[in-house]
Design a protein around this ligand. Structure first.
Ligand code: CO
Length: 210
């Protein structure tokens, strides 16, 4: 059976099983979109946000892109962020990278993938900022892992720089920002960085009139 047909078959079976277990499951969900968390993760098929966090429909608002980047010209991400912060009023935003991320690997290498190179160069910027620390590590695996962690941290800081987060922090005590790294080998998430609401940024990013 072709993969996409299997998806439709699985979907039918899943929907039936849900109703069997809980007849009001879907009726309840229709009226429920009050997630407390925004997840910004990698598009990698091995990192499904809800499965690895044991969450159910309605619990997390999700944005995924290659290597979980927060780029200030990305209208898609900014729209998700603004909606999550200003309308859903999420309490937590998680940027989740992962072990063996192909995007991070591409940033460490010199192979061109075409248009995507422009996306990946953002991770190369993170590498450049921390080159001494990364290059000091003995193995490729360790260097890849450190860049994955540093990339997550940088993307969390990018969130904090946005006028959306700056504005929210000025007026509310939320959202809190978290940087996590998921390990594909054992399924465990490592929290590597945190910016609670109101955390001071490098002063150059602060806006006086927001
Ligand atoms: Co990835």
């Amino acid at each position: 059976m072709e993969a996409y047909k299997k998806l439709l078959k699985n979907n039918k079976e899943w929907a039936e099983a849900q109703v069997k277990e809980d007849p009001e499951y879907f009726q309840r969900l229709v009226n429920l979109q009050k997630p407390e968390t925004l997840w910004i993760g990698c598009s990698d098929s091995r990192v499904p946000a809800d499965r690895i966090t044991g969450t159910h429909p309605g619990e997390i608002f999700v944005h995924r892109n290659i290597a979980n980047l927060v780029i200030p010209t990305d209208l898609n991400l900014l729209s998700v962020l603004q909606f999550a912060v200003e309308i859903l009023k999420v309490r937590h935003i998680i940027v989740c990278g992962h072990h063996n991320c192909g995007g991070v690997g591409a940033a460490m290498a010199h192979h061109s993938y075409g248009l995507m190179d422009q996306w990946i160069w953002n991770i190369k910027n993170v590498y450049r900022m921390h080159r001494a620390e990364i290059d000091a590590l003995p193995t490729y695996e360790e260097r890849h892992h450190l860049l994955t962690q540093l990339n997550v941290k940088e993307q969390v800081m990018n969130l904090a720089k946005t006028s959306i987060i700056q504005n929210a922090w000025k007026h509310d005590e939320i959202p809190h920002l978290h940087g996590w790294v998921y390990d594909l080998r054992d399924g465990i998430i490592d929290p590597v960085f945190e910016m609670p609401a109101g955390t001071m940024l490098d002063p150059i990013y602060e806006m006086e009139n927001i």
